[in-house]
Design a protein around this ligand. Structure first.
Ligand SMILES: Cc1cc2nc3c(=O)[nH]c(=O)nc-3n(C[C@H](O)[C@H](O)[C@H](O)COP(=O)(O)O)c2cc1C
Length: 501
């Protein structure tokens, strides 16, 4: 099976490492004036307006990201669906930049603000919306109609009858438009497909939990089937994750005959292709329902720690509702050098690492969390390993590592100035051995969802945060010998925002 020929992942992963990845051209240049349109445009399709009510429903961001997501028998109406879409990927602010005009910023962070993740909706008849297949248009808060009829069964077949998917009244599909992001990041883009879906998913899981509606992240599906339903060309736009929302008592009925889609749509301004992206994506595709069914197995990963552990501090409670936190969230552009408190760091770790409801998730996350504490009141400066099982930190080395922190985060000021940098690192060998090449997708998205939760937790506490990219192997070296055999998946920097005058 191609999915288990995992040298494809190592070729891609090693080849897209900063600074010397052989699949990256170091002389590649991107100017923001070449930024592609971040919206997929469907021409001449019927649209449905989404009523949008942003009123908070009273659940705090910290609670929403850590609530057990197992509500039953809930069917969202169009209004609630609109809120789920808006607080996942809607426009939350507009900023004018000299020479570039006004840029729409969205509910979740995204590398380069290139917004290459699209969301589709497959639903039964719900209040306010006819059964069909739709595309979310965040610019106009509308749905583009792609098909009418109940096609949920088609999706649940493609997931080998995954239970949440089979019983959901509404199913979201997240896709990635490769060229919209590769125009800047070249073939490293494929990592961003999962990073930038993950930050959106953190919001989706939180807002559905706040509404007491079940949701789950499904990463195992027959890729070609999803493309067929949505009318996508897999070399341009690929399905990344499926999110069943809510639960009905009845299973979905047989789906109507599948006609070929004949709709004009523009998903990207550029037709550039990076063969490395397509090769990595194809090698991690699951080809049949039988393959999906046998792929979906729990993995066991252990934490390794010594006896000397530092228990996490107090959990802080915050009342600000999730919706307000999402609207206020941004990526901090300048951190002050001031410390955060150990209780703040503890609260972020505690809430953001709560279990994600996903088809790959076991009790333990697929990535380990390594921390550089530059300035944390109540915690000695140094490097740490987070032992989730014991709610504790293990100190690896003490010392002032600000320079290392800045260096590992691609020599940027942000990781130097931040109070902490948090690195997500995975034992890729083990994960690929279990999940095959598909494990690469899963490891990336798992880390990114937790990263997205950290954004929300940090902002809920009145702090700043940003995702960052990194020099892959330098991170492993820095945290070794503890992090030997671990590959870096994601990086967050957290601290106090510098006050602008
Ligand atoms: C995974 C990830 C990596 C990022 N890497 C960097 C980075 O290396 N440097 C940087 O200045 N911003 C980085 N960002 C921040 C994005 O530029 C930012 O999310 C985007 O401009 C959208 O703005 P917003 O988050 O304020 O909505 C990153 C964001 C994410 C999600």
């Amino acid at each position: 099976m191609q999915n288990y020929e995992t040298e494809a992942t190592w070729h891609y992963h090693n080849g897209t490492k900063h600074p010397n990845g052989m699949l990256l051209n170091r002389f590649h240049a991107y100017h923001p004036s070449h930024r592609p349109s971040p919206y997929k445009i469907y021409k001449n399709v019927p649209q449905v307006s989404i009523p949008l009510d942003k009123t908070p429903i009273g659940i705090s961001a910290l609670d929403a990201i850590s609530m057990e997501n197992s509500y039953r028998h809930t069917i969202p109406d169009l209004g609630v669906l609109g809120r789920i879409l808006y607080f996942s990927s809607g426009i939350t602010k507009k900023i004018k930049f000299q020479g570039l005009g006004e840029i729409d910023f969205r509910a979740a962070s995204c590398t380069g603000a290139l917004y290459h993740i699209e969301i589709y909706i497959i639903c039964k008849d719900i209040s306010g919306l006819e059964a069909g297949v739709y595309h979310f248009d965040p610019k106009h808060m509308k749905l583009d109609t792609i098909r009418l009829g109940d096609f949920r069964k088609f999706i649940s077949n493609a997931t080998a009858e995954e239970q949440f998917t089979s019983q959901a009244p509404v199913i979201l599909v997240f896709t990635d438009v490769f060229s919209r992001n590769s125009i800047k990041y070249q073939s490293r883009e494929y990592r961003h497909a999962f990073w930038d879906s993950g930050t959106i998913l953190a919001n989706t899981l939180a807002i559905t939990s706040a509404h007491k509606i079940s949701s789950k992240v499904i990463t195992g599906f027959v890729d070609s089937k999803i493309c067929q339903l949505l009318g996508l060309s897999i070399s341009e736009e690929a399905p990344i994750a499926i999110v069943p929302i809510g639960q009905t008592v009845q299973e979905a009925p047989a789906f109507p005959p599948l006609q070929e889609i004949n709709i004009e749509a523009v998903s990207s301004d550029y037709e550039i292709e990076y063969p490395e992206i397509n090769a990595m994506h194809e090698s991690s595709c699951l080809l049949t329902e039988a393959e999906v069914a046998s792929w979906r197995r729990q993995i066991t990963l252990e934490e390794k720690y010594s006896a000397r552990l530092i228990p996490l501090g107090k959990n802080i409670t915050v009342q600000e509702p999730l919706e307000k936190t999402i609207i206020r969230r941004g990526s901090t552009r300048k951190f002050s050098l001031e410390p955060i408190t150990f209780d703040q760091l503890s609260t972020i770790l505690n809430h953001a690492t709560s279990r994600t409801n996903a088809d790959f998730a076991s009790q333990k996350s697929l990535s380990d969390i390594y921390i550089i504490a530059n300035a944390v009141d109540g915690l000695e400066s140094g490097s740490y390993y987070f032992v989730k099982e014991k709610n504790s930190l293990e100190q690896l080395r003490k010392g002032n590592f600000r320079h290392a922190s800045g260096n590992l985060g691609l020599d940027q000021d942000l990781p130097y100035d931040a109070s902490v940098t948090i690195f997500f690192m995975s034992n890729l060998d083990k994960i690929l051995g279990h999940f095959g090449n598909r494990g690469y997708r899963v490891a990336q998205i798992d880390a990114a969802i937790t990263g997205g939760k950290m954004y929300l937790a940090s902002y809920a506490l009145g702090l700043g945060a940003t995702g960052l990219t990194f020099y892959d192997d330098l991170v492993t070296n820095f945290f070794s010998p503890h992090a030997e055999n671990r590959e870096t998946m994601f990086l967050m920097a957290i601290g106090k925002k510098e006050k602008t005058t």
